[in-house]
Design a protein around this ligand. Structure first.
Ligand SMILES: CC(C)(COP(=O)(O)OP(=O)(O)OC[C@H]1O[C@@H](n2cnc3c(N)ncnc32)[C@H](O)[C@@H]1OP(=O)(O)O)[C@@H](O)C(=O)NCCC(=O)NCCS
Length: 169
């Protein structure tokens, strides 16, 4: 049986290796990585372990939209190939979303397969006038409201909160 725990600093190499394997070594060129610079969102990086060994990871990143509306971007998410299809991915996503809602985040965004994320309550983000800062696979950009009322506020291009501070400065 696996368990979910907060990510520790020493998990980083195993996470990088898993993500390189899952998404390819050129994964850092994908649009979402423009939003995954610096440290992940506080308190929202989790790993799955089985018999003490690292078997999966999920991270989230603080972002903002027009008018400074905040949100978190889910990803990357991956499970070790030999343990896929056993509910670990679903558990990581459910745990991460619950933790994000508990912290007080109102919106979660993701770029991923709608067949996978739809059951968690994600819906297409493009019809709401939201954009990522570059191309993604059509239909993959999705949003989930974590707290009532936030979806109506989500508009515009998603960016790192830091970028706005730089402009303001
Ligand atoms: C996607 C991934 C994280 C899922 O983890 P997992 O532990 O294998 O998933 P689970 O066992 O929790 O499966 C949950 C459900 O999603 C389904 N599912 C798994 N991968 C899927 C995919 N790529 N697309 C659609 N559905 C998928 C499963 O069939 C299962 O459905 P069920 O509950 O109706 O049986 C894992 O396959 C993985 O690491 N893939 C490579 C990296 C990746 O694609 N990450 C997601 C980026 S969007």
């Amino acid at each position: 049986m696996f368990s979910l725990q907060p990510e520790r600093a020493e998990d980083a190499p195993a996470i990088d290796t898993l993500m390189d394997h899952a998404f390819g070594a050129n994964r850092l060129e994908r649009t979402v990585y423009k939003l995954r610079l610096g440290a992940p969102a506080e308190g929202l990086s989790f790993v799955a372990r089985q018999d003490g060994a690292f078997v999966g990871s999920i991270r989230f990143w603080q972002v903002e939209m027009d008018l400074g509306v905040p949100g978190v971007l889910l990803g990357p998410l991956a499970v070790e190939p030999h343990l896929r299809g056993k509910g670990i991915g679903k558990a990581l996503v459910g745990h991460g979303l619950a933790a994000a809602a508990k912290i007080g985040h109102g919106i979660c965004l993701v770029s991923g397969d709608p067949d996978y994320y739809g059951p968690f309550g994600f819906v297409a983000a493009d019809p709401l006038g939201l954009k990522l800062p570059g191309p993604v696979t059509p239909g993959h950009f999705q949003i989930k409201e974590l707290s009532p009322g936030w979806l109506a506020l989500a508009r515009g291009e998603v960016r790192r909160p830091f970028a706005r501070s730089m402009v303001a400065a």
